[in-house]
Design a protein around this ligand. Sequence first.
Ligand code: ZN
Ligand code: FE
Length: 256
Amino acid sequence: MSELLIRQFPCLSDNYGFLVHDPDSGETATIDTPDADTILAEAKAAGWMITQIWNTHHHFDHAGGNDAIKAATGAKLVGPAYDTHRIPGIDTAVKDGDTVSLGDHMASVMFTPGHTLGHVCYHFAGDKVAFVGDTLFALGCGRLFEGSPAQMWQSLSRLAALPDETRIYCAHEYTAANARFALSIDPDNAELQAYATMVEAERARGEPTVPTTIGAELGANPFLRAADPAIRQRLGLADADNVDVFAEIRRRKDAF
Ligand code: ZN
Ligand code: FE
Protein backbone atom coordinates (compact mmCIF):
# COMPACT_ATOMS: atom_id res chain seq x y z
CA MET A 1 0.00 0.00 0.00
CA SER A 2 1.43 3.39 -1.00
CA GLU A 3 1.63 6.25 1.45
CA LEU A 4 -1.14 8.83 1.41
CA LEU A 5 -0.10 12.06 -0.26
CA ILE A 6 -1.32 15.25 1.40
CA ARG A 7 -1.33 18.59 -0.36
CA GLN A 8 -1.87 21.58 1.93
CA PHE A 9 -2.49 25.15 0.75
CA PRO A 10 -3.90 28.43 2.11
CA CYS A 11 -7.54 29.33 1.41
CA LEU A 12 -9.54 32.48 2.24
CA SER A 13 -7.81 34.64 4.87
CA ASP A 14 -6.46 32.02 7.28
CA ASN A 15 -7.93 28.60 6.38
CA TYR A 16 -6.00 25.66 5.02
CA GLY A 17 -7.26 23.42 2.25
CA PHE A 18 -6.16 19.79 2.25
CA LEU A 19 -6.23 17.29 -0.57
CA VAL A 20 -5.56 13.69 0.42
CA HIS A 21 -4.60 11.33 -2.38
CA ASP A 22 -4.20 7.56 -2.50
CA PRO A 23 -1.90 6.77 -5.43
CA ASP A 24 -3.02 3.12 -5.66
CA SER A 25 -6.73 3.73 -6.20
CA GLY A 26 -6.40 7.25 -7.59
CA GLU A 27 -8.98 8.47 -5.07
CA THR A 28 -8.66 12.02 -3.77
CA ALA A 29 -10.57 13.60 -0.90
CA THR A 30 -10.77 17.28 -0.14
CA ILE A 31 -11.04 17.83 3.59
CA ASP A 32 -13.68 20.56 3.77
CA THR A 33 -14.22 23.08 1.01
CA PRO A 34 -13.12 26.54 2.17
CA ASP A 35 -12.66 27.81 -1.39
CA ALA A 36 -13.82 25.76 -4.38
CA ASP A 37 -11.76 27.60 -7.01
CA THR A 38 -8.51 27.23 -5.09
CA ILE A 39 -9.19 23.57 -4.27
CA LEU A 40 -10.04 22.70 -7.88
CA ALA A 41 -6.92 24.52 -9.10
CA GLU A 42 -4.72 22.66 -6.60
CA ALA A 43 -6.20 19.31 -7.65
CA LYS A 44 -5.55 20.15 -11.27
CA ALA A 45 -1.97 21.20 -10.53
CA ALA A 46 -1.39 17.88 -8.75
CA GLY A 47 -3.07 15.90 -11.52
CA TRP A 48 -5.61 14.50 -9.05
CA MET A 49 -9.36 14.01 -9.56
CA ILE A 50 -11.40 14.88 -6.49
CA THR A 51 -13.66 11.88 -5.80
CA GLN A 52 -14.76 12.66 -2.24
CA ILE A 53 -15.46 15.61 0.04
CA TRP A 54 -15.15 15.04 3.78
CA ASN A 55 -16.73 17.77 5.87
CA THR A 56 -15.78 18.38 9.49
CA HIS A 57 -18.62 20.82 10.24
CA HIS A 58 -21.17 23.12 8.66
CA HIS A 59 -19.45 26.53 8.87
CA PHE A 60 -19.20 28.38 5.58
CA ASP A 61 -15.39 28.35 5.57
CA HIS A 62 -15.57 24.52 5.70
CA ALA A 63 -18.63 23.55 3.66
CA GLY A 64 -19.15 26.65 1.50
CA GLY A 65 -17.53 25.13 -1.58
CA ASN A 66 -19.34 21.78 -1.44
CA ASP A 67 -21.85 22.49 -4.20
CA ALA A 68 -19.30 23.93 -6.62
CA ILE A 69 -16.90 21.02 -6.13
CA LYS A 70 -19.66 18.44 -6.45
CA ALA A 71 -20.85 20.12 -9.63
CA ALA A 72 -17.33 20.25 -11.09
CA THR A 73 -16.22 16.73 -10.14
CA GLY A 74 -19.20 14.57 -9.17
CA ALA A 75 -17.46 13.91 -5.85
CA LYS A 76 -19.41 12.14 -3.11
CA LEU A 77 -20.01 14.15 0.05
CA VAL A 78 -19.28 12.66 3.48
CA GLY A 79 -20.46 14.73 6.44
CA PRO A 80 -21.62 14.56 10.04
CA ALA A 81 -25.00 12.89 10.53
CA TYR A 82 -25.84 15.60 13.07
CA ASP A 83 -25.51 18.25 10.35
CA THR A 84 -27.66 16.75 7.59
CA HIS A 85 -30.18 19.57 8.14
CA ARG A 86 -27.58 22.26 7.57
CA ILE A 87 -25.11 20.72 5.12
CA PRO A 88 -27.09 20.17 1.91
CA GLY A 89 -26.23 17.21 -0.31
CA ILE A 90 -24.57 14.80 2.12
CA ASP A 91 -24.31 11.40 0.40
CA THR A 92 -22.88 9.53 3.39
CA ALA A 93 -23.82 10.75 6.87
CA VAL A 94 -21.26 9.62 9.44
CA LYS A 95 -21.27 9.14 13.20
CA ASP A 96 -18.66 8.43 15.83
CA GLY A 97 -16.83 5.19 15.15
CA ASP A 98 -17.81 4.96 11.49
CA THR A 99 -15.08 4.19 8.97
CA VAL A 100 -14.57 6.09 5.74
CA SER A 101 -12.03 5.01 3.19
CA LEU A 102 -9.80 6.43 0.53
CA GLY A 103 -8.79 3.38 -1.46
CA ASP A 104 -7.34 0.98 1.13
CA HIS A 105 -6.62 3.77 3.64
CA MET A 106 -9.19 3.75 6.42
CA ALA A 107 -10.12 6.74 8.53
CA SER A 108 -12.26 6.51 11.61
CA VAL A 109 -14.78 9.22 12.34
CA MET A 110 -14.44 10.86 15.74
CA PHE A 111 -17.42 12.84 16.95
CA THR A 112 -15.89 15.95 18.55
CA PRO A 113 -18.66 18.40 19.49
CA GLY A 114 -17.80 21.74 21.09
CA HIS A 115 -16.93 24.23 18.33
CA THR A 116 -20.23 23.12 16.79
CA LEU A 117 -22.60 20.41 17.96
CA GLY A 118 -21.98 18.25 14.89
CA HIS A 119 -18.21 18.52 14.45
CA VAL A 120 -16.31 15.39 13.42
CA CYS A 121 -12.62 14.63 12.89
CA TYR A 122 -11.14 12.04 10.54
CA HIS A 123 -8.34 9.86 11.91
CA PHE A 124 -6.22 7.67 9.63
CA ALA A 125 -4.79 5.48 12.39
CA GLY A 126 -2.63 3.43 10.02
CA ASP A 127 -1.17 6.59 8.52
CA LYS A 128 -0.90 8.40 11.87
CA VAL A 129 -2.73 11.42 10.47
CA ALA A 130 -5.81 13.25 11.74
CA PHE A 131 -7.83 16.06 10.18
CA VAL A 132 -9.30 17.95 13.10
CA GLY A 133 -11.14 20.89 11.53
CA ASP A 134 -11.77 23.60 14.12
CA THR A 135 -11.54 21.36 17.20
CA LEU A 136 -7.81 21.38 17.98
CA PHE A 137 -5.45 24.07 16.72
CA ALA A 138 -1.69 24.33 17.07
CA LEU A 139 -1.41 25.85 20.57
CA GLY A 140 -5.16 26.48 20.60
CA CYS A 141 -8.65 25.09 20.18
CA GLY A 142 -11.84 26.14 18.43
CA ARG A 143 -14.22 28.67 19.93
CA LEU A 144 -17.26 27.22 21.67
CA PHE A 145 -19.93 28.49 19.29
CA GLU A 146 -22.45 25.76 20.10
CA GLY A 147 -21.10 23.27 22.59
CA SER A 148 -20.31 23.39 26.30
CA PRO A 149 -16.86 23.41 27.91
CA ALA A 150 -17.52 19.84 29.08
CA GLN A 151 -18.22 18.69 25.52
CA MET A 152 -15.12 20.40 24.13
CA TRP A 153 -12.91 19.10 26.93
CA GLN A 154 -14.14 15.57 26.22
CA SER A 155 -13.49 16.03 22.48
CA LEU A 156 -10.00 17.44 23.04
CA SER A 157 -9.22 14.67 25.52
CA ARG A 158 -10.00 12.05 22.88
CA LEU A 159 -7.68 13.74 20.39
CA ALA A 160 -5.03 14.08 23.10
CA ALA A 161 -5.16 10.31 23.59
CA LEU A 162 -4.09 9.60 20.01
CA PRO A 163 -0.45 8.45 19.61
CA ASP A 164 2.06 11.26 20.17
CA GLU A 165 3.45 11.03 16.65
CA THR A 166 0.01 11.56 15.04
CA ARG A 167 0.22 14.45 12.58
CA ILE A 168 -2.58 16.92 13.26
CA TYR A 169 -3.94 18.92 10.34
CA CYS A 170 -5.78 21.93 11.78
CA ALA A 171 -8.02 24.00 9.53
CA HIS A 172 -6.62 27.46 10.34
CA GLU A 173 -3.26 29.21 10.66
CA TYR A 174 -3.84 30.79 14.08
CA THR A 175 -0.66 29.61 15.74
CA ALA A 176 1.25 32.88 16.22
CA ALA A 177 -1.69 34.49 18.05
CA ASN A 178 -2.31 31.27 19.95
CA ALA A 179 1.33 31.26 21.08
CA ARG A 180 1.03 34.76 22.53
CA PHE A 181 -2.02 33.73 24.51
CA ALA A 182 -0.50 30.40 25.62
CA LEU A 183 2.53 32.24 27.02
CA SER A 184 0.19 34.41 29.10
CA ILE A 185 -1.26 31.26 30.71
CA ASP A 186 1.88 29.13 31.00
CA PRO A 187 4.88 31.51 30.81
CA ASP A 188 7.43 29.24 32.50
CA ASN A 189 6.84 26.20 30.28
CA ALA A 190 10.14 25.61 28.44
CA GLU A 191 8.49 23.42 25.78
CA LEU A 192 5.99 26.17 25.05
CA GLN A 193 8.75 28.79 24.92
CA ALA A 194 10.69 26.70 22.38
CA TYR A 195 7.54 26.00 20.36
CA ALA A 196 6.64 29.73 20.30
CA THR A 197 10.15 30.63 19.13
CA MET A 198 9.90 28.08 16.32
CA VAL A 199 6.48 29.40 15.28
CA GLU A 200 7.80 32.95 15.10
CA ALA A 201 10.65 31.82 12.83
CA GLU A 202 8.35 29.76 10.60
CA ARG A 203 5.90 32.62 10.17
CA ALA A 204 8.74 35.07 9.48
CA ARG A 205 9.78 32.76 6.62
CA GLY A 206 6.16 32.57 5.44
CA GLU A 207 5.91 28.86 6.27
CA PRO A 208 2.88 27.08 7.72
CA THR A 209 2.92 25.88 11.33
CA VAL A 210 0.43 23.12 10.40
CA PRO A 211 0.60 20.15 10.72
CA THR A 212 1.53 19.79 14.34
CA THR A 213 1.67 16.57 16.38
CA ILE A 214 -0.19 15.35 19.45
CA GLY A 215 3.12 15.08 21.28
CA ALA A 216 3.99 18.73 20.60
CA GLU A 217 0.53 19.89 21.68
CA LEU A 218 0.52 17.84 24.88
CA GLY A 219 3.68 19.60 25.99
CA ALA A 220 2.67 23.15 25.10
CA ASN A 221 -1.02 23.68 24.28
CA PRO A 222 -2.73 25.11 27.38
CA PHE A 223 -6.13 23.81 26.21
CA LEU A 224 -4.84 20.23 26.63
CA ARG A 225 -3.08 20.99 29.89
CA ALA A 226 -5.91 21.76 32.32
CA ALA A 227 -4.45 19.19 34.71
CA ASP A 228 -1.06 20.95 34.84
CA PRO A 229 -0.22 22.15 38.38
CA ALA A 230 1.56 25.34 37.26
CA ILE A 231 -1.36 26.44 35.07
CA ARG A 232 -3.86 25.69 37.85
CA GLN A 233 -1.75 27.61 40.33
CA ARG A 234 -1.57 30.64 38.06
CA LEU A 235 -5.33 30.60 37.47
CA GLY A 236 -6.08 30.17 41.17
CA LEU A 237 -7.89 26.90 40.39
CA ALA A 238 -5.61 24.40 42.11
CA ASP A 239 -8.45 22.09 43.18
CA ALA A 240 -10.95 22.63 40.34
CA ASP A 241 -12.17 20.03 37.85
CA ASN A 242 -10.30 19.82 34.56
CA VAL A 243 -13.45 21.03 32.79
CA ASP A 244 -13.58 24.19 34.94
CA VAL A 245 -9.89 24.90 34.34
CA PHE A 246 -10.38 24.38 30.62
CA ALA A 247 -13.46 26.65 30.66
CA GLU A 248 -11.49 29.40 32.38
CA ILE A 249 -8.64 29.16 29.84
CA ARG A 250 -11.17 29.32 26.99
CA ARG A 251 -12.89 32.36 28.59
CA ARG A 252 -9.57 34.15 28.89
CA LYS A 253 -8.72 33.40 25.28
CA ASP A 254 -12.06 34.81 24.12
CA ALA A 255 -11.21 38.06 25.92
CA PHE A 256 -7.47 38.11 25.04
ZN1 ZN B 1 -15.68 26.57 12.20
FE1 FE C 1 -13.18 27.46 10.47
